[in-house]
Design a protein around this ligand. Sequence first.
Ligand code: NAX
Length: 327
Amino acid sequence: MDRPMRVAVTGAAGQIGYSLLPRIAAGEIFGKDQPVILQCLEIPPVMKALEGVAMELDDGAFPLLEDIVLSDDPKVAFKDADLCLLVGSKPRGKGMERKDLIRENGPIFVSQGAAIQAVAGSEVRVVVIGNPCNTNCLITMANAPDIPRDRFSAMTQLDHNRAQSAIAKKAGVQSRDVRNVIIWGNHSSTQYPDWHHAMVKDKPASELIEESWFRETFIPHVQKRGAEIIAARGHSSAMSAANAAIEHARKLYQGTPKDRWTSMAIPSTGNYGIPEGLICSVPVTCDGSGTPTPVLDVEMNDFSRERLQASVNELIEERDTVSDLLG
Ligand code: NAX
């Protein structure tokens, strides 16, 4: 057995945390031979509830779970961490857009970025899930300037999965039969789910499904799915978000399957006209090293370029809104 991997999870007593922690403990990120230590961060009023979650983890008797650390101090929770999953922040409520939360949640990521830089492990990877996740990731990265930029990502895997599932349903196949959808841009209602390169088994999705469905039904479905779930459940997506977080992290450490892209929001290196440094969702592949590689040769028509630009414009606005938090 290897040295245990230390996984810090913030907002660990929240609804996503509740679905996420047992799956990490079960070995779903690093594999079934890799022990883990969970390092859970919460705010002081929620520490009691976090203790209850830890009791349940104990009662799971997970063979790979070597220890559970509970703290309200980022410097304890991030100590020697190999992977930090930043979930903790206020979720969007009914009728609220993500950008309403930007000023509220941004400051959390200033102190967490600094704490990660100060105490995390030398190989740390940081995945931001708490919304607005692209801009929160930007804030975290800016406040941890000594950590290489390619260690940071924000999660658009849930949007990616929603897009893949919607095409599968429409085509009458299983979601595993659909590959290479792309989520471009911000994890918000401006995101652009791009079907132009998606394949359904061995056929382009665009040959099987009419263009008007993609433009009129598919795009708004993916963009507004979060709001639809809030309207139905009274709470934001949690189980599917935890599932996506596991998948995002697993791909970082175990790689993407051959011939398949996934979508991650990563620091732009200036490709596709995305300003350098902005945390923007693009297609990526992963070789299991913990660092995603953007796919750089995706052809984009005018429609796709315009859609991406609209979302990039929103990301620029968000960046400007938090310019005082960027160090
Ligand atoms: P919950 O309110 O259930 O849990 C959030 C937890 O974070 C709470 O327990 C709270 O005490 C804790 N918290 C708040 N501030 C903290 C801090 N400074 N340090 C540590 N913990 C802190 O929300 P939940 O449904 O779990 O959602 C968490 C975040 O994920 C929200 O921001 C939500 O918007 C975001 N989401 C992101 C998604 C994505 O695709 N990127 C999809 C799902 C979800 O909407």
